[in-house]
Design a protein around this ligand. Structure first.
Ligand code: AMP
Length: 299
């Protein structure tokens, strides 16, 4: 009986994950890796949602790169940045267990070296919803992702549909800047009660955590209404708001029924649409969405 060489299992989780801190090390590490390369940009505090992105990359790409960087430029509220959860040791264990090849975990000065003075600002699709609620947020996102795309030169990059507008902003940015990395949107991973996994969920008190399942219920109430034939966007917004109103801990920031190509608010839903919302529970701000019909972010 022939022994299988250990090398044949080099895509198993046992493969060592390499941690990289600098642009120069990253360039060296990527010099002769197997292609295609898949990049998963994250801010750490990894959970099942991130794992799903990693698995999708592992299934399609020969080399998987996870970036872990809490990007100061995408936080429009300083306190939100300082209290963002961080646990690099745990994140690295998760990357190792998922068979990630490279983890790029730089300091801010490595991403934005002294003298760096460019901001990538995406147009119309970045203006409503999260763009309006969090001024400067998408400039920060588009800028850091453009830098990561430039540094890694991946064939594919994986993002979660949970942040549907972010996917659209990044697609627009990559298209406009002629960056060849293909942006792939992955389905939202949820808790059993429907709450979308998010690093921010850790800040919810037990009562807020229980209440937060209302977000999914509200979106599904509107979906059910749409499936029953309702085409008035305002009626669908009302269905979402009414469900949310039943939960006293839910402090609604916005409720949207928008064209899923432009994110402009609709009067009638006659094509692909995106239901989305932002709701605060105490000091924790959560977002979620639900596409109606085939939309660009579902691919
Ligand atoms: P973050 O670390 O929160 O910046 O997220 C990194 C990537 O993971 C982004 O593309 C997110 O959209 C994605 N992501 C976050 N939560 C989920 C989730 N529950 N399901 C799928 N993807 C997610």
């Amino acid at each position: 009986m022939a022994f299988r060489s250990i090398a044949t299992s080099d895509r198993s989780p046992a493969r060592l994950t390499r941690i990289i801190r600098t642009r120069a090390e990253l360039r060296d590490a990527l010099d002769d890796v197997a292609r295609p390369v898949g990049l998963i940009p994250t801010m750490g505090w990894l959970h099942e949602g991130h794992r799903a992105l990693i698995r999708q990359a592992r299934a399609a790409d020969a080399t998987t790169v996870v970036s872990i960087f809490v990007n100061p430029r995408q936080f429009n509220v300083a306190k939100d940045y300082t209290k963002y959860p961080r646990n690099e040791a745990r994140d690295l264990e998760i990357c190792q267990s998922e068979g990630v090849d490279l983890v790029f975990a730089p300091e801010a000065a490595e991403v934005y070296p002294p003298g760096s003075d460019t901001t990538v600002s995406v147009g119309a699709v970045a203006q409503p919803l999260e763009g309006a609620a969090r001024p400067g947020h998408f400039d920060g996102v588009a800028t850091v992702v453009a830098i990561l795309f430039g540094l890694v030169g991946a064939e594919h990059a994986y993002f979660g549909q949970k942040d549907a507008q972010q996917v659209m902003v990044i697609r627009q940015m990559a298209r406009d800047l002629a960056i060849p990395t293909q942006v792939i949107a992955c389905p939202t991973v949820r808790e059993p009660d429907g709450l979308a996994l998010s690093s921010r969920n850790v800040h919810l008190s037990p009562g807020e955590r229980a209440a937060a399942s209302i977000l999914r219920q509200a979106l599904l109430a509107a979906r059910a209404s749409w499936e029953a034939g309702e085409r008035s966007a305002e009626a669908l917004r009302d269905a979402i708001r009414e469900t949310l109103m039943a939960e006293p801990l839910a402090d609604v920031e916005y409720v949207s029924v928008a064209d899923s190509r432009t994110l402009r608010e609709l009067e009638r839903v006659d094509g692909p649409a995106l239901l989305s919302l932002a709701v605060r529970f105490g000091t924790t701000r959560l977002i979620d969405n639900e596409p109606l019909g085939a939309g660009p972010v579902t691919t």
